[in-house]
Design a protein around this ligand. Structure first.
Ligand code: ZN
Length: 342
């Protein structure tokens, strides 16, 4: 199927919240990793999200160019074409973008969507994240409201963050503090400010001890009940229908029980990057160790072309990452739920 349109993407999110499952949102940096997500989702009969970070976009544009928006556009255009060959829906989104990077990353992508729409075409992306969690909440939400107004006109879904995700992703290092846990007061303020833009759609990355990257057990104390408390505060203030659509960041390495609990409290999208990176690289490492004398020219030998052809190990990496995507779809309960053909 083509990439999900706005209505389809919104319906995906609504279904996830109603049926209490979440979609994997997988970071990609190349054609191989984007293809791995499509393959894994299709084999799981799961819809899902393909996500590009600022660093991923810069990488995809080429190490001589390093233009994060350009690389994100290239990946998105590939996904628009390739997704047509798979019987699932996929949404295209971008990951963390700090305020100082908006002009170099999110805004050029929004402009690309505006140009495509003006020409009668489809959106380039379905949504973008603005990460203002390093700012005071008021400043964070001032920027978010402006973005949401523009996004709403263009059928884009905004993702914002309140509280701070710990750990490191893409060179952004979070600090350990109380702010690892979002408070009900903060989320009520998010709703109060963003609900002013009538009919607009947004997702909230609330933090409940999440940390980017993977750590040994005991390093991180996840408290999914933080999400429950935020939902309850919201329902009390705005009625039963008002529930957040949460995003689970820093989910790599989480126990299935913690994932299920978070999904029960309204997580509809879980970002998975680190676990996918490992699955991809693990397959390549295996190939290199097993075919050591084929991938290297040792003792004036010539090596083995079929082993050092990058296609040989990138295909293995793609297959391994697709398997990891399937595991994510199972853990999140999205396997078998595709809306395609439904
Ligand atoms: Zn994140």
């Amino acid at each position: 199927m083509p990439v999900a349109d706005y209505r389809t993407y919104c319906t995906m999110l609504d279904r996830a919240r109603e049926r209490r499952f979440a979609y994997p949102a997988v970071n990609v940096t190349s054609l191989s990793s984007a293809n791995a997500v499509l393959k894994g989702l299709a084999e799981s009969r799961s819809d899902g999200l393909i996500q590009v970070s600022t660093g991923g976009g810069a990488f995809a544009s080429g190490i001589a160019v390093k233009d994060m928006a350009l690389g994100a556009m290239s990946i998105a255009e590939h996904v628009h074409r390739a997704a047509e060959r798979y019987s699932i829906y996929v949404a295209l989104v971008t990951d963390h973008c700090l305020a100082e990077k908006l002009d170099d990353f999110v805004m050029p992508l929004v402009e690309a969507t505006e140009q495509r729409r003006a020409a009668g075409g489809r959106n380039l992306f379905n949504g973008h994240m603005f990460d203002g969690s390093n700012l005071p909440l008021k400043e964070n939400l001032d920027i978010a409201v402006k973005l949401l107004e523009r996004f709403h006109k263009n059928e884009l879904v905004l993702e914002i963050e309140a509280g701070v995700v710990g750990g490191e992703e893409d060179g952004i290092v979070g600090k350990a503090s109380d702010r690892l846990y979002t408070t009900p007061e903060e989320t009520l303020e998010v709703a109060r400010r963003l609900n002013v833009v009538k009919g607009a759609r947004y997702l909230l990355a609330a933090t409940f001890g999440n940390v980017h990257g993977v750590y040994k057990p005991g390093h991180v104390k996840l408290k999914p009940a933080v999400l429950r408390d935020c939902q309850q505060a919201l329902e009390k203030e705005y009625g039963d229908a008002a529930r957040f659509y949460f995003v689970f960041h820093g989910g790599s390495g989480s126990a299935p029980q913690e994932i299920r609990e978070a999904v029960d409290y309204g997580v509809v999208k879980m970002n998975v990057d680190t676990d996918m990176q490992y699955a991809f690289t693990r397959a390549i490492a295996n190939h290199m160790f097993k075919n050591y004398d084929g991938v290297l020219k040792i003792d004036s030998e010539v090596g083995s072309k079929k082993h050092y052809d990058p296609r040989s190990y990138l295909a293995l990496a793609e297959a391994a990452m697709a398997e990891r995507v399937k595991q994510a779809a199972n853990d999140l309960g999205s396997a078998g739920t595709t809306m395609f053909g439904a």
